[in-house]
Design a protein around this ligand. Structure first.
Ligand code: PMP
Ligand code: GLU
Length: 395
C-alpha cells in the first residue's frame, strides 16, 4: 500500500499469472533451474504466413495511427471468421479490435459497469476478470463449481447467484484455468435462465476456441434470444501463438462496440498497425492451418494427466480444451512436507517452486482455493521433468 497511489491501484491485485512468470524469470536469472508451467502462453513460434504478412506491412510503409476500432479490412476478416467458425453474423459497426483480448474485456467492464454492479464469474475464472471488473467499480461474484462437475456451473447455481444488481457474466470456454468446454446444450440451459433477466450482459471469452479436443465449439451468441446481449471476445494470442503481438477483438451489440471504440480512443488510440495487418493473414486461414499445435497440446494433456495420476493425493479431471490442468491438491492441506506446513493452494504452489523448481499458479487467484493450475504449453521434455520433480518433492 502506498498512500501516494490511488485507492484504485492500491486495492487491485497483481496478476497472479504474470507475477509467477516474473518470479520464475527472476529465479532463473539467479541461476536456478526453474521449469515454468505457470504462464498460459503457447511455446510454438508464429506461423510463417503471419510473419510474412507483418514483414510485408513494414515494407509497405504501414506506420500511421489506424482507425481506433481497427482497419476496415481486418474487421472484414474478423466478420468472415465469425461466420466461418461460429456461424455468427456481425456488421463492421459491431466489431472492435483492441490491444489483446485483455483490453477488449477491460473496455467492456469500463463501458458497462457502474459502481456496485455485480459481475458473475463462474469459478474457477481467468485471474484478470475479477480485477478488471473491480477497477471499473464492479463487484466480482464467484459462482462456485467443483472438480466433480468438471468445474462447470449449472442453471441452478447460476440462478442462485443472480441478484437485482447483476449486470454482467464473464466466462471462458474452453476455460482458463480448468480447460472445461461448455457444450451447446449446456449453454442453452444457462441461456434459459439468462433470458429471464434481460439486463444481464454476457461476455463470452472464446480465445481458446481452437484448442478444443471435443471438436465442438459453441458460442452463446448463436442463440437468437442471447445474441443482442452477448459480446463475443476472441483474439490471436492463443490460436496463432501471437501473445506478444497484442491483438484481440469483440463482436457484439452496436451500442457496446461504439462505447468501446470511444473508450479506447481516449486510452490507446487503437492497436498496433503491423500486428493488425498480420492478423488479417492469420484469420484468413482456416483452423486446419494450426491443427498441428492442437494435436501437440492433446498429446501433452495425456502426458501431464498420466504423470499426475502417478502422484498420490492429486485429483484431476479430464480437461477438454485450452492448455491447462487444474488439479485439486487439498489432500495436502494440513500436512508438513520437507519441513513446510501446507495450509492452502498458495503454500502448495510455493512449495513446488522452492523444492521442485517448478512454477505453477495457485488456484486461489482463479477463485478455486483447493486447486493449482498447471499450464502444459511447454515441451514434453519439460513437462516430464517437471512432474518427476514434483513427485519427488512430495514423496
Ligand atoms: N482471456 C483468457 C481466458 C486468457 O487466458 C487470456 C490470456 N492472456 C486472455 C483473455 C487475454 O489474451 P490476450 O490479451 O493476450 O489477447
Ligand atoms: N492468459 C495467460 C495466463 O492465464 C497469460 C497471462 C495473462 O495474460 O495473465 O497465463
Amino acid at each position: 500500500m502506498n498512500p501516494k497511489l490511488s485507492d484504485r491501484v492500491n486495492n487491485m491485485a497483481t496478476s497472479a499469472t504474470l507475477a509467477m512468470a516474473a518470479k520464475a524469470r527472476e529465479l532463473r536469472a539467479e541461476g536456478r533451474d526453474i521449469i515454468g508451467l505457470s504462464l498460459g502462453e503457447p511455446d510454438f513460434t508464429v506461423p510463417e504466413f503471419v510473419k510474412d504478412a507483418a514483414i510485408q506491412a513494414v515494407k509497405d510503409d504501414y506506420h500511421a495511427y489506424t482507425p481506433v476500432d481497427g482497419y476496415a479490412d481486418l474487421k472484414q476478416a474478423i466478420i468472415t471468421k465469425f461466420k466461418r467458425d461460429n456461424n455468427l453474423d456481425y456488421t463492421p459497426a459491431q466489431i472492435v479490435v483492441s490491444t489483446g483480448a485483455k483490453q477488449s474485456i477491460a473496455n467492456l467492464a469500463q463501458v458497462l459497469l457502474n459502481p456496485g454492479d455485480e459481475v458473475l464469474l463462474p469459478a474457477p475464472y481467468w485471474v484478470s476478470y475479477s480485477d478488471i471488473g473491480k477497477v471499473a467499480g464492479g463487484v466480482a461474484i464467484a459462482v462456485p463449481t467443483s472438480i466433480d462437475t468438471d468445474f462447470k456451473i449449472t442453471p441452478e447455481t447460476l440462478e442462485a447467484a443472480i441478484t437485482p444488481k447483476t449486470k454482467m457474466m464473464i466466462y471462458s470456454s474452453p476455460c482458463n484455468p480448468s480447460g472445461s468446454v461448455y457444450s451447446k446444450e449446456e449453454l442453452r440451459a444457462l441461456a434459459d435462465v439468462l433470458v429471464k433477466y434481460p439486463d444481464i450482459i454476457v461476455v463470452s471469452d472464446e480465445i481458446y476456441e481452437h484448442i478444443n479436443f471435443t471438436g465442438q465449439h459453441a458460442s452463446m451468441a448463436q442463440f437468437d434470444d442471447m445474441y443482442d446481449r452477448t459480446v463475443t471476445v476472441n483474439g490471436v494470442s492463443k490460436a496463432f501463438a501471437m501473445t506478444g503481438w497484442r491483438i484481440g477483438y469483440i463482436g457484439g451489440p452496436e451500442y457496446i462496440a461504439r462505447a468501446c471504440n470511444k473508450m479506447q480512443g481516449q486510452v490507446t488510440s487503437g492497436a498496433n498497425c503491423i500486428a493488425q495487418r498480420a492478423t488479417i493473414a492469420a484469420l484468413e486461414n482456416p483452423p486446419s492451418k494450426i491443427q498441428y499445435m492442437v494435436d501437440a497440446f492433446k498429446n501433452r494433456r495425456k502426458l501431464v494427466l498420466d504423470l499426475l495420476a502417478d502422484i498420490p493425493g492429486i485429483k484431476t479431471n479430464e480437461p477438454e480444451g485450452a492448455f491447462y490442468v487444474f488439479p485439486d491438491v487439498s489432500y495436502y492441506f494440513g500436512k508438513t512436507i520437507q519441513g513446510v506446513t501446507i495450509e492452502n493452494a498458495s503454500d502448495f504452489a510455493l512449495l513446488l517452486l522452492d523444492k521442485a523448481n517448478v512454477a505453477t499458479v495457485t488456484g486461489e487467484a482463479f477463485g478455486s482455493p483447493n486447486c493449482i493450475r498447471i499450464s502444459y504449453a511447454a515441451s514434453e521434455e519439460d513437462i516430464t521433468e517437471a512432474l518427476r520433480r514434483i513427485k519427488e518433492a512430495l514423496s
